[in-house]
Ligand binder design. Structure first.
Ligand code: NAG
Length: 424
């Protein structure tokens, strides 16, 4: 039945996003030094490209420019300019202009106006109109009021706010008594470098036989185990040796955990419980198809011949030009990228094959959270209980898709536009 195939289709979309997150996220370069620039070569080190894009984009985008699209590597689908995007549907994500307007409104009002550069945006996204106004809306009529939902940190305090884009009104919402907002990409990438500013960390790494230029680290949320809350944004950092491998996950500096204050970037403590544990060799850690399968050999080393998926009359789906509405096989839905949830599918309707009438099937669907407890009681593992969407953001971990590598011919590529920590 159609509903079964749609659910399968939906599942595929969500699964593709989740796969992207888990196969490609959490990467950073072992050293920002110029002589390591060959590590930035996406062809040789494809798994490094996420942070390559992030780090480079961060460095090359002037923080005053609000109309620049921060995007994608050259190997991904054509980069579209989003500066003139306009919302067409009540659920369309905030456009670049709207993000920029929300940021300006917020920064011009107290308390933020006293020090605009101290505001850190952890979330800046569409505050969706309620279900009834979305359902009452029809194509061609004016959109319900566009509002931005903001979670920000300012001078050590968290704020939840709604910004009305038309009136400029700023509404402050209550915030939970404990906890912190989702990490920003900037929090994550700066945390991976911070331990290197600590002499004790350097000597610990050297004592394990790892060159400092080969160290690659990941920020791992520390969880909460009933201790008194410190009121600090703490993160645990674990490190790997990237020497001689494209897959540093295979070379953990096991047992070494650095507790870091994300705001000050200070190392709070270092736990070294792995002195006797050798670092696995790099031999046999190559996983890239080009390298292991004799990609360029003729005839192919593993006897694999090219494969192709044919859609001789083109795809069966249609995506509204410049928009988010997708039509496919008697179904219609709104699709967008969200920094936290990844892919969000909304307003799903199906045309009844008997009566020809459109029927609402689902108002909104997305992966709400993915929780991964490792259940190993040792010091370097017990705290690994990732809340992937809430702490890291599924959307923030997304990567550009490579045509004909990640997706077949006729695929449609839809960009996600997210605000960075500076609100740009
Ligand atoms: C630790 O090593 C890195 C990489 O060599 C270096 O840049 C940094 O200054 C060192 N930190 C200290 C405190 O010596």
């Amino acid at each position: 039945m159609e509903s079964t195939s749609f659910i399968r289709f939906l599942f595929l979309i969500l699964a593709a996003v989740v796969l992207l997150l888990f196969t490609r996220s959490w990467i950073h370069l072992p050293s920002p030094a110029a002589d390591e620039l060959d590590l930035l070569d996406c062809n040789r080190f494809s798994s490094w490209c996420t942070s390559k894009n992030r780090i480079q984009t961060k460095q090359t985008t002037p923080s005053s420019s609000s109309s620049t699209t921060r995007s994608a590597s050259s190997s991904s689908a054509a980069v579209r300019d989003h500066s003139d995007d306009v919302p067409r549907h009540p659920l369309d994500p905030l456009t670049l202009r709207e993000i920029s307007a929300a940021r300006s409104i917020l920064l011009s009002q107290p308390p933020f106006s006293s020090s605009p550069s101290s505001v850190i945006f952890h979330t800046l996204t569409l505050s969706e109109p309620d279900k009834s106004s979305v359902e009452a809306w029809s194509k061609g009529s004016p959109l319900p009021a566009r509002r931005a939902s903001v979670v920000a940190r300012f001078k050590g305090e968290s704020y939840a706010l709604t910004v009305d884009l038309a009136s400029g009104a700023l509404t402050t919402l209550p915030i939970p008594a404990s906890g912190f907002p989702t990490m920003t990409i900037e929090d994550m990438s700066s945390s991976t470098w911070a331990p290197l500013s600590d002499a004790a960390f350097n000597s610990t790494v050297l004592a394990r036989g790892v060159r400092l230029s080969d160290v690659a680290c990941l920020p791992i949320s520390p969880g909460w185990y009933g201790e008194k809350e410190e009121g600090r944004r703490l993160i645990k950092v674990q490190c790997y040796s990237a020497e001689g491998t494209a897959n540093f996950y295979m070379r953990p500096i096991e047992g070494l955990t650095v507790l870091l204050d994300m705001d000050t970037k200070e190392v709070v403590s270092i736990s070294e419980q792995g002195r006797g544990i050798p670092i696995p060799k790099s031999a046999g850690t190559e996983y890239r198809y080009e390298a292991v399968a004799g990609f360029n050999d003729d005839p192919p080393r593993l006897g694999l011949k090219p494969i192709s998926i044919e859609q001789p009359a083109g795809p069966s789906f249609e995506v509204e030009e410049g928009g988010h509405m997708v039509r496919w096989a008697g179904w219609e839905f709104h699709l967008k990228a969200d920094a936290r949830a990844g892919v969000v599918v909304s307003r799903v309707r199906a045309r009844d094959p008997d009566t020809g009438e459109w029927r609402g099937v689902m108002h909104k669907g997305f992966v709400s959270e993915l929780f991964v407890p490792y259940m190993d009681p040792t010091d370097a593992w017990y705290f690994k209980t990732y809340m992937d969407a809430g702490e890291y953001g599924f959307g923030l971990q997304a990567m550009p898709l490579v045509p004909l590598n990640d997706c077949p011919r006729n695929a449609h590529y839809m960009d996600g536009v997210f605000a960075a920590a500076d609100g740009i």
